[in-house]
Design a protein around this ligand. Sequence first.
Ligand code: NAD
Ligand code: UGA
Length: 462
Amino acid sequence: MIKTICCIGAGYVGGPTMAVIAQKCPHIKVTVVDLNEKRIAAWNEANTDNIPVYEPGLSAIVAEARGRNLFFSTEVDKAIEEADMIFISVNTPTKTYGVGKGMAADLKHIELCARQIARVAKTDKIVVEKSTLPVRTASAIKDILDHTGNGVQFQILSNPEFLAEGTAVADLLAPDRVLIGGDTTPEGQKAIQSLVDIYANWVPQERILTTNVWSSELSKLTANAFLAQRVSSINAMSELCERTGADVNEVARAIGMDSRIGSKFLKSSVGFGGSCFQKDILNLVYIAKTYGLNEVADYWEQVIIMNDHQKRRFAKNIISTLYNTVSGKKIAFLGWAFKKDTNDTRESAAIYVADDLLSEQAHISVFDPKVKEDQILSDLNYLETRTDTENKKGIVADENPYSACKDAHAIAILTEWDEFRDYNWQQIYDGMLKPAFVFDGRNLLDKTELEKIGFVYQSIGS
Ligand code: NAD
Ligand code: UGA
């Protein structure tokens, strides 16, 4: 039976996942380690409202388990040595250099973890891939671990994470399924069972699915590709709706009632963001290409092409509607995070829309309930379209939504935060230049109400 767990990587997955395991398994000691000292210090903040990942319900779980059987530390070697089971939950971003640049997953952090485990481990370990990885990564990890020469036995499991940000805690407490892939050998099956036993503390047995390692690894990429494909499909329809008088919300409802299609993940938007959809599909495309499966690669790549188009056309529409120029005009952004209820901004559509508008010399003021100015600037600087100083001239964050919108020519809704609905829209209208435009990239607001106030209101897909 597993008594000690180490998780390498205290990010958006490692932190919440381990907090829930610790809460549900008080008999297991869980230590989450990371190289990033600042991040670990934040996980150890006395006030759990200041932990580095904002997720509804997470701070209470951390408050309950931390110091009891949940620990955050930078002592990676020590935690590896103590653990019976090691989760690898480090980032696997798209490669930014060399072969596969811009497509393949960068596995350098994964390899470093494997080498560190190989160096430090003195007793047998089960190593669990929690990060999202290209199919067949387990064999590379095994290669490294099997060459330690110290007789330590390793089993490698794939246990991809399906949580979505903003609902991480709810997803972890009641997952649709938990997927565990392992070797078909008796030792592999035993390792699988030990991980099944952990989840069985709170997840019904019928929701715990076991497969071979390759199916598990590939299922994760497949799930994200299918989910993203639905968003790109409805977004493709949104553009057609705008030209034909159809309304994408009505179309989504009509098709979603077909039980074969289902109603979820059909919300048309300014484009999907987040750290994973794009990276995982690019990775899938790259894998398909390396096997010479060009039709498969092209098929999935189209999901990304469509998404890029959706972000671009949102920005273009703002420019053309504002009489073909936004130069010197104030545009207020409500929302910067890639979706509501998270402080994560990775690949947020807002970044790309802002980039396009800044290139047209707009002045942007941003209000997001959970994102601060330094993050916004760092997101834009990362694109390297212009210097930090130029970005600072073009964009500011405002702590208050009303002052963010004051004297603006237009408002763009980039994130679907619930609170945006409840604002005093009459007050916002009164403070704006006229005509006062709202470009609702999330179809969040009430068109009739806004038009009654006097706004020129445009949404996606109608
Ligand atoms: P993240 O960037 O938030 O966290 C990763 C952490 O790993 C960082 O804090 C980094 O400092 C740490 N790290 C990297 N190398 C290390 C090393 N050698 N030793 C110790 N720490 C190290 O990433 P994330 O969002 O938590 O994603 C992690 C993985 O989970 C990715 O593969 C991602 O695709 C996958 N995933 C993410 C989500 C999500 O919603 N974010 C959901 C499912 C799966
Ligand atoms: C997604 C998956 O939903 C998770 O199952 C998966 O574990 C995770 O990726 C991952 O591997 O990282 P996440 O990116 O956190 O989770 O959030 P989603 O709810 O999937 O939203 C992704 C993006 O798509 C957001 O920008 C969201 O606004 C957008 N979206 C989603 C739409 O535009 N329309 C929709 O109908 C749904």
